[in-house]
Design a protein around this ligand. Structure first.
Ligand SMILES: C[S@@+](CC[C@H](N)C(=O)[O-])C[C@H]1O[C@@H](n2cnc3c(N)ncnc32)[C@H](O)[C@@H]1O
Length: 321
């Protein structure tokens, strides 16, 4: 795991992996870039701006649901609990859980963004004086163990932000099964998942008028230029987000606006006018679909909370003993 390597080696192995993923993703007939590469420092800051946009209902809606249900979540929290958050970002929703659950003594945020983890640690240790924050830098899909000294403590998992939507049905089952293995028996997991709704609301949320989502998407090419010696002309690509009603899925794309080539990670790639690079899926799961996926991953679905308009859902899952 990345966190066991000295910092220089972590950076070098991260860069090699980035180069390998970009070469592979841009070599396929349908070009693609894995979505976790959105979140370098500029990308993470742009995501925070997205959460404040009028069109982007998920963040404020999920926060409202959590405010309403946090006392029910807190009721099952035992003394000495470790809170493990997958894709923690700025950890702003975490405050609600921590404030309601003084029994939580250790918080483990897991994220690919070191900057976000560092600032969350500083902020939360100042605010919650009896809390230890022990961040794990890395890909939450490949975490296989938590720090050994915490092995006897009760565990509560937290996976907000509808990041589960970045995984299609089968990968979501594998992901939830991995979280269950990591958290262990008798743990709980709280998952936030965006719901299906009218295409107009969804497409607007991923195509905001101020162009922040476009900047977030294009930052992927900027990051390739900065970190992998890329030669992408950002003004020759545009952002697009489409909704497949039958599949219940938003797809984000970068569309080439002319015939062109660009070099990245030592390889040259051709782009035809109109050719699209796939950059993200955001699957919208119905409540029943998410419960079925969780059951297939070995979780026992329990309570579900939603907002009055039925935009977003928060699920409580139990891991059997
Ligand atoms: C949609 S944002 C959600 C942030 C925050 N949890 C929230 O609810 O506002 C996704 C977060 O997950 C992180 N992330 C995405 N894929 C990841 C992966 N495979 N491993 C670790 N972190 C990941 C990103 O860096 C980002 O902070």
């Amino acid at each position: 795991m990345d966190q066991e390597l000295p910092p220089d080696n972590v950076a070098a192995s991260g860069e090699r992996r980035f180069a390998t993923d970009i070469r592979a993703g841009l070599s396929h007939a349908q070009k693609s870039i894995p979505c976790h590469y959105f979140y370098d420092e500029p990308g993470s800051l742009l995501f925070e701006q997205i959460t404040q946009l009028d069109e982007y209902y998920p963040s404020r809606t999920e926060t409202g649901i959590l405010q309403a249900c946090v006392s029910e979540i807190a009721a099952g929290v035992r003394e000495g609990t470790v809170l493990v958050e997958f894709g923690s970002g700025s950890s702003v929703k975490t405050d609600l859980i921590l404030a309601a659950c003084p029994e939580i003594r250790v918080y483990i945020p897991i994220d690919v963004s070191t900057t976000m983890l560092d600032s969350a640690k500083r902020r939360l240790e100042t605010k919650f004086l009896t809390l230890a924050v022990e961040p794990l830098v890395g890909d939450f899909t490949s975490q296989t163990a938590l720090p050994r000294h915490l092995s006897q403590r009760p565990r509560l998992g937290f996976f907000p932000g509808s990041t589960i939507g970045n995984f299609g049905h089968e990968p979501a089952v594998a992901l939830l099964a991995g979280f269950r293995a990591l958290l262990g028996p008798r743990s709980r997991l709280i998952v936030g998942a965006d719901l299906r709704k009218s295409p107009e609301i969804l497409v607007a949320a991923y195509n905001d008028a101020a162009g922040v989502t476009a900047a977030f998407n294009l930052n992927l090419l900027g990051r390739i230029n900065r970190e992998l010696g890329g030669t992408f002309d950002l003004s020759a690509f545009r952002h697009d987000a489409t909704y497949d009603v039958a599949a219940g899925r938003i797809d984000m794309w970068l569309v080439s606006m002319r015939d062109q080539s660009a070099t990245a990670a030592g390889q040259t790639f051709q782009f035809a006018n109109g050719e699209r690079i796939h950059t993200e899926i955001s699957q919208k799961y119905s409540i029943e679909e998410l419960r079925r996926l969780a059951s297939r991953a070995g979780w026992k679905p329990d309570k579900v909370w939603t907002d009055q308009q039925g935009l977003f859902s928060v699920h409580e899952l139990h891991s059997p003993a």
